[in-house]
Write a protein that binds this ligand. Structure first.
Ligand code: NAD
Length: 501
């Protein structure tokens, strides 16, 4: 598990010495240090080593970033859609041109295995910018035949609607998939003509800085994108509460989502909230187990379970329960866990030592509640934030480990006897983000996808996403959707025009 920072590529080293030295704030096109010089360390979770220093922006810099975004907004919204689209497309090209560097940075900062960034998340970020380049040129209002009977002096009443940019957007993102989740907010916001103040998570600011460099290279004008790093409770809260912000686009935990909602109400900011999940994977008795066993394992162990849509609750029909659960446990035992930059690593550390302690706390409380660790259940390694891939059995529906989002490589397995029972169990959660159903039967697929309360239901697959598909949840998993053409609506207002002409 040992890894030397000296092994990093020359591009990554150059970036770190340029930006991870406390000079990573971007306000109105200028790279800045924190006003009062405060910085905090960003740590490689695979080795525990410090990677660099990140500036902690104070309220004066949050003010300056919001003011820059405000000053730039009219001009950006007036830029013709084809020009906004050209710039967004160029950003996608630049992301792809720097894919290896971005993947390395993401792994270094977040811990994920290199292949996750290289083959899924960084291409996924580029795809968001391309998709919304197209959407920028497809914004449309409508004309309406109203029934207003007012025609003075032979004139006519004409009514139509136009879409207008919401204004200044605060984009607040979490640490689990930093670049792609950032792209999901920036691409539609810029396509719509909004300007942005971006606040990455304190554990993972690096790819946000590199992305913003690439955005400037692509021609994004000064003030249209601003980057504010810092701690959530200070910098994040100052941004969310700022009266100059028109809309908050938030992804993060349900608890922080509540604080953001409170902040939004001060000036009735528009708000979208992509929050937590405790998504079920359901294996029906007619499932193809050659797909289902690796599928449900991958649904939880991909990215170390630090995926909002992770399949963290497994429900298996009693007739095949032991076969499936033992198969998933064997898969877990076979995973090569190590530093994300080691080429053979299949699962990396969790994001930080603090988060590893949090996950460990869930595991210890589950053991105390009487649950059994079929495999895993411990932290390990002398350095780094490593948790064993874990399968938990002998649980009851009201246990914390069944109900709360652990956000780590921890799967909780339960048996069921019939479809009605498993639908009720799947829906017995305060969350409603996603679900997967594993079945060869069309009726099962149709019935379950309709009965499960979730933003996305996958059949015989899990966590498949694409820039064209909306992501988001019901219940306490949030408000609104990111990605897909539905996301553009988050950044546009409707204006109705009634004219006597
Ligand atoms: P978090 O809520 O701790 O932090 C998210 C962001 O909010 C960070 O940038 C943080 O600095 C900032 N923040 C913290 N306190 C704030 C405050 N008072 N005001 C404003 N901003 C504040 O979440 P996290 O631990 O970084 O991320 C994990 C969570 O994100 C999980 O719950 C996961 O399910 C969720 N998530 C949801 C989706 C989705 O699409 N629904 C996607 C990814 C992650």
């Amino acid at each position: 598990m040992s890894f030397e920072l000296d092994n990093l590529s020359p591009q990554t080293k150059a970036f770190l010495s340029r930006r991870a030295t406390g000079t990573g704030l971007l306000v109105d096109g200028q790279w800045l240090a924190a006003a009062a010089g405060q910085t905090f360390a960003t740590i490689d979770p695979g080795s525990g080593l410090e990677i660099g220093q990140i500036p902690a922006a104070d309220t004066t810099q949050v003010d300056a970033a919001v003011a820059a975004a405000r000053a730039a907004q009219k001009g950006w919204a007036a830029t013709v859609p084809a020009e906004r689209a050209r710039i967004l497309w160029k950003i996608a090209d630049l992301i792809e041109a720097h894919i290896d560097e971005l993947a390395e940075l993401e792994t270094l900062d977040q811990g994920k295995p290199l292949f996750v960034g290289r083959w899924a998340e960084i291409p996924g970020a580029a795809a968001q910018f391309r998709f919304f380049a197209g959407q920028a040129m497809a914004i449309e209002g409508s004309t309406l035949e109203s029934s207003i009977n007012y025609q003075p002096q032979g004139k006519q009443m004409r009514t139509w609607t136009v879409r207008e940019a919401v204004g200044v957007v605060a984009a607040i993102v979490p640490w689990n998939s930093p670049l792609v989740l950032t792209a999901m907010k920036l691409a539609p916001a810029l396509a719509a003509g909004c300007t942005v103040v971006l606040k990455p998570a304190e554990d993972t600011s690096l790819t946000a800085m590199r992305l913003v460099e690439l955005m400037i290279e692509a021609g994004v004008p000064n003030g249209v994108i601003n980057l504010i790093t810092g701690l959530g409770a200070q910098t994040g809260a100052a941004l969310a509460n700022h009266p100059g912000v028109d809309k908050i686009a938030f992804t993060g935990s349900t608890a922080t989502g509540r604080a953001v909602l409170d902040a939004a109400k001060t000036n009735f900011k528009r708000v979208t909230l992509e929050l937590g999940g405790k998504s079920p994977s359901i294996v029906m008795p007619d499932a193809d187990l050659s797909l289902a066993i690796p599928g449900v394992a991958n649904a939880i162990f991909f990215n170390g379970g630090q995926v909002c849509i992770a399949g963290s609750r497994l429900y298996v029909h009693r007739s095949i329960h032991d076969q499936v659960v033992e198969g998933v446990a064997a898969y877990a035992k076979g995973l090569k866990v190590g530093h994300g930059l080691s080429p053979d690593t299949q699962m990396g550390p969790v994001v930080s030592a603090r988060h590893a302690e949090r996950v460990e706390g869930f595991l210890n409380r589950a053991k105390a509640d009487g649950a059994t660790m079929l495999t895993g259940g411990e932290r390990f390694g002398a350095s780094g934030a490593f948790i064993q891939p874990t399968v938990v059995v002998d649980v009851k529906p009201d246990m914390e480990i069944v109900r709360e989002e652990v956000f780590g490589p921890v799967l909780v397995a339960q048996a069921f006897d019939d479809a009605e029972e498993v639908i009720a169990a799947a829906n017995d959660s305060e969350y409603g983000l996603a679900a997967s159903v594993w079945t060869e039967g069309f009726s099962n697929a149709h019935r379950m996808s309709s009965a499960i309360k979730a933003g996305t239901v996958w059949i015989n697959c899990h966590a498949m996403y694409d820039a064209s598909l909306a992501i988001g949840g019901v219940k306490q998993s949030g408000w609104g959707r990111d990605s897909g053409k539905q996301a553009l609506d988050n950044y546009l207002e409707w204006k109705t025009v009634c004219a006597v002409v």
